[in-house]
Design a protein around this ligand. Structure first.
Ligand code: 8YV
Length: 307
């Protein structure tokens, strides 16, 4: 069986894949025609394996994804071809939820903006910055109450926040279910996006949802940039029709709309939700466990549903 890497991966994962499986990187390290041997592709949510690449890997049987999100891999096409797909659920829930809470506090309290204020020397020159908004007790809406959404809710419950959510189906939880994203945005101070990416959630946070949040509302996104109508978001922020946004993900990463660079009501982070040493190691371990299991008996430790 030939294992290959598709797209850039964490250095410690690359080292283990090379040492344990002799896994080289596609396509740069493979000559034309050498693709016939490939049976296992290890990739990340950043790159994935699309239908065109599957067509060039006729013996491919498994796509092992580093990351919980696998929207860059064509799971329907994989299923059609008898290719199984795995991801890395659970192990990153804490860190992504921590990031969501961090962005919520930062954008509502204006911490990063205040840091810039101090560094610019504005404090002695202009006095105290404008007042911020209170996080404890705020009305929080969570879009997507999966494992990460529930970890966010649990943390913000400890802040005394009033939690509502929208999900494809209501869950057996004590938080209030709201029937649509617009209706949810209408009744909260901050909307936190935690749905999975892909065709089913593309543009879910539409201009209408942003209007419903309104000039006192905040948006936090730790999911995928594709879930938000980014043009509508930029317009709402620049025109002051939204109070602020904490954004870890963007439509065209690593590119961020330049109009946001000068906007103090936005906190911008470079898709670092799971980016701690501990969690990335755990994700790499689970990725390697999936490779090992597949090579041993053809099954996966954490298959994605539908594959
Ligand atoms: C990773 C993520 O950084 O797990 C995910 O879906 O978005 C992040 O944890 C990313 O997948 C690595 O490419």
């Amino acid at each position: 069986m030939t294992v290959v890497q598709v797209g850039p991966l964490m250095p410690f994962l690359v080292a283990a894949l090379e040492a344990d499986h002799g896994a080289r990187r596609l396509p740069d390290e493979f000559a034309d025609g050498a693709f016939d041997d490939v049976t296992v592709a290890v990739t990340s949510g950043r790159t994935g394996v699309d239908a065109a690449l599957m067509a060039r890997l006729p013996k491919l049987r498994a796509v092992i994804n580093f990351g919980v999100g696998y929207d860059t891999t064509d799971v329907a096409e994989a299923t059609r071809r008898g290719i199984v797909v795995s991801n890395t659920p659970d192990v990153l829930d804490d860190c992504v939820a921590d990031t969501a809470v961090g962005l919520t506090i930062d954008v509502m309290r204006g911490l990063s903006a205040a840091d810039r204020y101090v560094r610019r020397g504005d404090w002695p020159a202009h006095g105290n910055p404008p007042l911020a908004r209170k996080v404890s007790g705020a009305r929080v809406g969570i879009l997507g109450l999966g494992r990460i959404g529930q970890a966010i809710a649990q943390r913000l419950t400890a802040f005394g926040c009033d939690i509502s959510y929208h999900n494809r189906n209501p869950k057996d939880v004590s938080y209030r279910y709201v029937a649509s994203p617009v209706a949810l945005a209408e009744v909260v101070d901050v909307l936190i996006v935690a749905v999975s990416g892909g065709a089913h959630t593309r543009g879910l946070v539409s201009a209408d949802v942003l209007d419903a949040l309104g000039p006192r509302g905040f948006l936090v996104n730790v999911s995928r940039g594709s879930v938000v109508d980014e043009d509508a978001l930029v317009a709402a922020l620049v025109e002051g029709r939204l109070a602020g946004a904490g954004l870890d993900t963007f439509a065209d990463e690593p590119h961020v709309p330049p109009a946001l660079f000068d906007c103090d009501r936005v906190v911008l982070t470079p898709h670092l939700g799971s980016g701690t040493e501990e969690t990335r190691r755990a994700m790499a371990d689970l990725t390697l466990a999936n490779v090992a299991r597949f090579l041993t008996d053809g099954t996966l430790v954490t298959p994605v549903s539908g594959s």
